[in-house]
Design a protein around this ligand. Structure first.
Ligand SMILES: CC(C)(COP(=O)(O)OP(=O)(O)OC[C@H]1O[C@@H](n2cnc3c(N)ncnc32)[C@H](O)[C@@H]1OP(=O)(O)O)[C@@H](O)C(=O)NCCC(=O)NCCS
Length: 325
């Protein structure tokens, strides 16, 4: 394993994203369950979501996003010495989707593993990669969030199926003397395991219990707004920063109402908040890197700007990362 200098910053040098071709609009969902566009838009802000093709896997989407990020970073796959992939919907129980991706990309030998923290997965994975780089254990890391979330949705449950979508986002991190990630903040509280869960398990070749997402939406909503505000304040305080010193707030794209309630509590004007939820729905671990990639590629996020990323998901897990892009 690479042993470089300790104390280096982990700097994002490339971003990538991928959304499947198929789009499911609210009007399409009206034909599947008893719902309507007005209800979905008013409660969630979501207008459409992308759905993976029948033969399209989490690894397929991760590969597209990863290759785009590598291209922007002007890196070859063999330059990567760590792969961390966040997903709730791996291609297989094992090997990890990170190993499947490593084979596709050809960075053989680099450690590769998955992280399971549901919608906080990318923030968890980014945090872990940053620690590898900071301790000199990795020089260039590929961090991916990828989900075929549509496969763990009960398409008869209108309370959940309208909310989620599929996609992948990726970043390449490099050890740098210049900042870089300033600080990372992770939390979990397993007492809330039942308010958002896929409770089943594989036993003797069968799924025992439910293979579908089950959610108490009201409880999730309240918990999300409270904890996200707290963790963002924690990140700002750690860096002696005020909200107005953040150029872009890039929150987990679960729901427009959660995003705007959190932004309001923290005094971030909505013009400084990157939102993709109306077009993507909640893509779980892919949501933050996808939003980041879109804002980088459309020119909103520029080199040298200060970004605050946050996410929350099943577990419950949540976290924030404050960085200079
Ligand atoms: C899911 C969510 C949008 C529901 O909004 P809400 O205002 O709490 O709505 P409720 O769950 O109280 O349901 C209100 C009514 O709408 C109905 N309803 C639920 N889903 C519906 C849908 N898709 N279309 C139409 N009606 C729907 C309910 O059955 C209920 O009807 P009733 O009053 O006759 O029982 C909201 O709770 C939420 O955003 N929660 C967070 C979800 C989330 O972000 N999860 C991922 C976190 S990582």
């Amino acid at each position: 394993m690479y042993q470089g200098k300790e104390g280096q910053y982990a700097k994002i040098i490339g971003t990538g994203g991928y959304l499947p071709e198929k789009i499911l609009t609210n009007a399409d969902i009206e034909k599947i369950v008893d719902t309507n566009d007005e209800w979905i838009v008013e409660r969630t802000g979501i207008k459409q979501r992308h759905i993976a093709g029948e033969n399209e896997s989490t690894c397929d989407m991760a590969e597209h996003a990863a290759r785009q990020a590598l291209e922007m970073a002007q890196c070859q796959p063999e330059d990567i010495d760590l792969i961390i992939l966040a997903t709730t919907t791996p291609d297989r129980i094992y090997p990890s989707t990170a190993c499947l991706l490593q084979e596709r990309l050809g960075c053989i030998g680099a450690p590769a593993f998955d992280v399971q923290a549901v919608c906080s997965g990318f923030v968890y994975a980014l945090t872990i990669a940053e620690k590898f780089i900071k301790t000199g254990s990795a020089k260039r890391a590929l961090v991916v969030g990828a989900e075929t979330y549509s496969r763990i949705l009960d398409w008869k449950d209108r309370g959940t199926c309208v909310l989620f979508g599929d996609g992948a986002g990726a970043v390449v991190l490099e050890a740098s003397a210049e900042p870089g990630i300033f600080s990372t903040h992770l939390h979990a509280d397993g007492r809330h395991k039942d308010i958002l869960t896929v409770g089943g398990q594989v036993n003797q070749g069968e799924i025992v219990g439910s293979g579908f997402t089950v959610m108490n939406g009201t409880e999730v909503f309240k918990f999300a707004v409270t904890q996200l505000s707290k963790v963002v304040k924690e990140a700002l305080a750690e860096n002696n920063m005020q909200a107005d010193e953040i150029d872009w707030f890039i929150p987990h794209q679960a729901n427009m109402r959660i995003i705007s309630a959190t932004a309001k509590k923290l005094h971030f004007p909505m013009e400084k908040v990157v939102t993709t939820v109306s077009e993507h729905g909640n893509t779980s671990a892919a949501s933050v890197p996808l939003a980041l990639n879109i804002a980088v590629r459309d020119g909103r996020v520029k080199k040298g700007q200060t970004l605050l990323l946050e996410a929350i998901g099943g577990g419950f897990t949540w976290g924030a990362v404050l960085l200079k892009f």
